[in-house]
Ligand binder design. Structure first.
Ligand code: GAL
Length: 740
């Protein structure tokens, strides 16, 4: 899979007329691993090649762990009637779905398109993503009314490879190809139970557009149209059309919104869908409440930093009884600092008060060898900004975290790839690039807010983004991180493949992490160590022993149901290995505005899918690393990230991971044991329609649990008899806590 990946934003889904359906390229492909220039030729005999499906990576189709070159070939008839039916007749689009990583496309032996690149067998740019190529209709490579041979040469750097996902067809270019329906503005919630938003129709093409924009809101369960409006619109390059609307905000459910634009001349239609957001998290009370976990671990003699997370009307005043010698608390901020030399478990009591009252909470400070006793809660720059991260964006994230999220336990501000230079100083030291003029200053700023700061590197010579890795400078880099005041290191395998065995053994997988562990251990700081090597060598079996506080158990996540649900619902083999200080990491969150680069858009997960995402990750005791542009944190996303009862499931001190208790065609139930003897239960609808799901406690390992609390809504539910029945929206969840 991608090492450096540029996520290409999928254009609006186009449901166009007959012409746009085109010639299907979904079936009939054959495949071979390896590489030969003859395979581009239409005359090459591919009769003995194996069939392959273009909806799954080649690894899943008989080529496990295969990286390198692979060729796909297809014989396809392209009728000229395609042109006859189309409004525009001058160009053809070849939609090839998602290709991982790079490709060259040959039509009847001629190279007609390519993406990414590789030189001397080595990848130079790796670009995983959807491919859509435009060819002139009179390109002699296209044989109209004849059989054509399409041959695609793919190079995969590692992980999943091949063609999978997306739509595969040949269509005529449409007038709408360069039209975007931009719905990335967030909803504004009005006080009166309404919500408003604007969408924009825009183009960068030479055409002027006129037509009808239809806006529709459907009830999710019945499909009944609740609101429908049509307006006549016109737009052209530099003159977008903005459509604003205000609708009611239904309780506990989404409207399914459709924006469709029908172009007057071609009658082609561009469509975009989204679910309207709905908030379940209650507004926090003005009375003080202490949030976060019940335990925090630190090493003896290292600087200690913990900010008591508390909500309630400000000003809030903090005190702690029983603090071990060496620590003090700031009564105005709740930040505890100092150094403790004596190992041991220190039971303390936090106390927070304001003019409405006082709240106390028992808490244990554990000074010992294990840190990261509960999964890290924080932000990471990657899913929002990719390699475009800079000092400014990180400071905005820190500021937003402290004003909006830290009261709920959010702590880490992690800089991912893109902060490094390409060359070390003459003495071998690593320095940040010009986007981070003062890393020490940045760390001091983050600490001054009571937060912690993380950084990223690779054990290889280069990071996945092509910047300097730590290879052969482990001690030196660990010291630099310590000098800056770094609290978290994400360590990403990337180019380490180039310096280890081609077929790594288990020892080879462990080695770079052991080496860096030893270097970090020389630094007088508590630095959480997060392994990132996508689960290779069943990392969950040895991650703790090698000193990882968390380890990625999967490849990279994307903001699609396919990606998030496949990752989340497959955290099964690794589950039993989660324990305090050592957690599986199914990758970062894809809620809010994401983009992996300089442009951000709303997560493509529906609101219900986002509830599933946060619920499932909490049940999995996953590190929760927000991957959005924090400067644009909207009300819905904030509500997802500030539900203290949901976060308490993630942060439970028992440190266990939920197990998949039930898996049916349309739903799954995951159950997690909690410290106080209660259990968290996620009832997930994995289907595309509403499901009524009944849990039978006696059959489902929940006998004796009679009290049921809806965690998102923070209220007890009445169960009828012994069974517990819930209605769950498509791809949604009901998350409960059951108590005896
Ligand atoms: C990937 C990693 C991502 C991100 C990226 C940076 O390998 O899985 O989470 O860190 O590298 O280049």
């Amino acid at each position: 899979m991608k090492k450096t990946f540029m996520l290409i934003i999928l254009a609006a889904a186009f449901a166009a007329g007959a012409a746009a359906q085109g010639v299907s390229l979904e079936n009939g492909w054959v495949f071979s691993t390896g590489d030969s220039s003859q395979w581009a030729s239409p005359n090459y005999n591919d009769k003995n090649w194996k069939p392959i499906d273009v909806h799954h990576p080649w690894e899943q189709q008989g080529y496990p762990k295969y990286d390198g070159f692979g060729w796909y070939r297809l014989h396809v008839f392209i009728p000229s009637s395609l042109k006859d039916k189309a409004y525009l007749k001058d160009s053809v689009r070849l939609n090839l779905g998602i290709i991982d990583d790079n490709d060259e496309v040959y039509l009847n032996g001629k190279l007609v398109a390519e993406y990414g690149g590789q030189a001397n067998g080595k990848i130079t740019v790796s670009n995983y993503g959807p491919r859509s190529y435009t060819l002139a209709a009179n390109n002699p490579a296209i044989l109209w009314d004849k059989e054509n041979v399409l041959a695609i040469r793919i190079f995969d750097t590692g992980g999943d490879g091949g063609i999978y996902g997306g739509t595969h067809n040949v269509v005529m270019s449409s007038l709408l190809d360069n039209v975007t329906i931009n719905n990335d503005e967030s909803f504004d919630f009005g006080d009166n139970g309404s919500m408003s938003k604007s969408i924009t129709l825009l183009t960068n093409s030479k055409y002027s557009y006129a037509g009808q924009l239809k806006f529709e809101a459907k009830e999710p369960e019945t499909g009944n149209v609740a609101i429908s409006k049509t307006v006549q619109v016109a737009f052209s390059a530099g003159k977008p059309y903005i459509y604003s609307f205000t609708i009611d905000r239904p309780l506990k459910r989404s409207y399914q919104l459709t924006y469709s634009f029908t172009e007057d001349r071609s009658h082609d239609v561009a469509v975009k869908f989204e679910g309207s957001p709905y908030v379940l998290t209650p507004w926090p009370s003005s009375k003080p409440r202490i949030n976060g976990p019940s335990v925090f671990g630190a090493r003896p003699d290292n600087p200690f930093l913990y900010m008591i997370p508390a909500t309630g009307k400000k000003p809030l005043y903090y005190s702690v009884s029983g603090l071990p010698q060496g620590l003090k608390v700031d009564e105005n901020t709740g930040i505890i600092t100092g150094i403790v030399s004596q190992k041991g478990d220190y039971p303390v009591v936090f106390s927070v008060h304001n003019h409405l009252g006082t709240k106390t909470k028992k808490f244990t400070i554990k000074i010992g060898d294990v840190i990261g006793l509960t999964p890290a809660l924080g932000w990471n720059s990657w899913n929002a900004f990719g390699l475009t991260v800079n000092d400014d964006k990180v400071r905005v994230a820190a500021k937003t975290m402290v004003t909006k999220l830290a009261a709920h336990g959010w702590t880490y501000i992690n800089i991912d790839d893109g902060w490094e230079t390409a060359q070390r100083l003459p003495g071998g030291e690593i320095t940040p690039n010009q986007k981070f003029p003062d890393m020490k200053g940045m760390a001091d700023y983050v600490h001054s807010l009571g937060l912690k700061i993380g950084i990223y590197s690779s054990p290889g010579p280069r990071t996945c983004g092509g910047y300097l890795g730590t290879w052969q400078h482990e001690d030196q880099d660990a010291k630099t991180y310590g000098d800056w005041g770094i609290d978290y290191l994400k360590y990403d395998w990337c180019s380490y493949s180039e310096v280890t065995d081609k077929d790594p053994t288990l020892e080879d997988y462990k080695k770079p992490y052991q080496v860096m562990r030893a270097s970090l251990d020389k630094i007088p700081r508590d630095i959480l160590f997060s392994f990132c090597q996508y689960g290779m060598g069943d990392v969950w079996k040895w991650g703790a022993e090698v000193g990882g506080n968390s380890w990625r158990s999967t490849g990279d996540i994307e903001d699609t149901w396919q990606s998030m649900s496949t990752i989340g619902f497959n955290q099964i083999a690794d589950g039993p290995y989660a324990q305090p200080g050592h957690f599986n990491d199914p990758d970062m969150l894809v809620v809010g505005k994401v983009g992996w680069g300089s442009n951000q858009r709303n997560s493509r997960l529906t609101p219900d899918e986002q509830y599933t995402h946060i619920s499932l990750w909490s049940l999995l005791s996953a590190p929760l690393l927000i991957g959005c542009d924090m400067g644009k944190l909207d009300e819905f996303t904030s509500s997802l990230l500030t539900n203290d009862e949901v976060l308490a499931i993630d942060q439970d001190a028992l440190g266990k991971e939920a197990h998949q208790a039930i898996k049916k065609e349309n739903y799954q139930v995951w159950i997690k044991d909690l410290e106080d003897g209660s259990k968290a239960v996620g009832i997930f609808n994995t289907s595309e329609t509403y499901q009524t799901i009944t849990l039978k406690p006696n059959d489902d390992g929940l006998s004796g649990y009679t009290k049921i609390r809806d965690v998102w809504q923070q209220k007890y539910l009445i169960s009828s008899g012994n069974n517990f029945t819930v209605k769950v929206p498509p791809h949604g969840v009901v998350l409960v806590r059951v108590e005896r």
